[in-house]
Ligand binder design. Structure first.
Ligand SMILES: [Zn+2]
Length: 235
């Protein structure tokens, strides 16, 4: 009797998980459906004041779960056909900058609907789970950085971002550092490696990432420095 119940539960598990991205990665093998549902329920608490397209809902909530400061922050995740040379972009909503205080400011993260390779377009949700998690985590790192900036500072930030390469690099290092300090270091490295080693991503894009962003090695030393800090605190 017990055994057959177990088998039924196990086959339900297959029904529920066969579509999810982390099943493809093999990490949910052995989890019972209750555990999976629990995980989704737990993640739903991070959906407060967020709008998220369905295909990336779970991975986005997982990324948000690393940023408790953004729990009540209004963030709209929006699919776009094209974002001038980027795959994702995090911005404050201009209207909310002018009319609202820091606490009620709203942000949006634009996300390309497809990753454009040289020979095909891949729906963004088909990227490996860790890569997508790292990518969204990086964008949340930008928003974490925006949180405490004044409206005037943010408007200046937008202008400088378009005019100065060194300013872009600084902003990108800050976003990565926030993602690393919020526990997403390995995912950020997965994202960088995915981009830099991808054979069918356009060279223009890879060169841009090489020129302006931290390398996987630099991020790794950040992760290690952070782990050492944590060890010291633990001692
Ligand atoms: Zn960025």
């Amino acid at each position: 009797m017990f055994k057959s119940v177990f088998i039924i539960i196990l086959s339900f598990n297959f029904l529920f998980t066969h579509k999810s991205a982390d099943f493809v990665m093999g990490s949910t093998f052995g989890l019972l459906p209750m555990a999976h549902t629990d995980k989704n329920d737990k993640l739903e608490m991070y959906a407060n004041n967020k709008s998220i397209p369905d295909p990336i809902r779970e991975v986005t909530l997982e990324a948000l779960s690393h940023f408790p400061d953004l729990m009540d922050t209004r963030i709209d995740f929006e699919f776009k056909k094209k974002i001038g040379g980027s795959v994702m972009q995090a911005q404050p909503r201009v209207g909310s900058l002018v009319f609202k205080g820091k606490e009620n400011r709203a942000y949006r993260i634009k996300i390309s609907r497809y990753l454009e390779l040289e020979d095909e377009n891949i729906p963004i949700e088909e990227l490996p789970h860790d890569v997508l998690l790292g990518w969204i985590g990086h964008e949340l790192g930008h928003i974490q950085d925006y949180l405490n900036r004044s409206a005037v500072n943010l408007m200046g930030f937008g202008m400088k971002y378009y005019c100065s390469k060194s300013f872009v690099t600084e902003a990108e290092i800050t976003a990565d550092s926030y993602a690393v300090s919020h526990g997403l270091g390995e995912k950020i490295i997965a994202t960088k490696n995915f981009v830099l080693n991808h054979e069918r991503l356009p060279d223009d894009y890879k060169n841009k990432i090489r020129a302006l962003y931290m390398s996987p090695g630099e991020i790794l030393s950040l992760v290690e420095a952070q782990e050492e800090d944590e060890d010291e605190i633990a001692e």
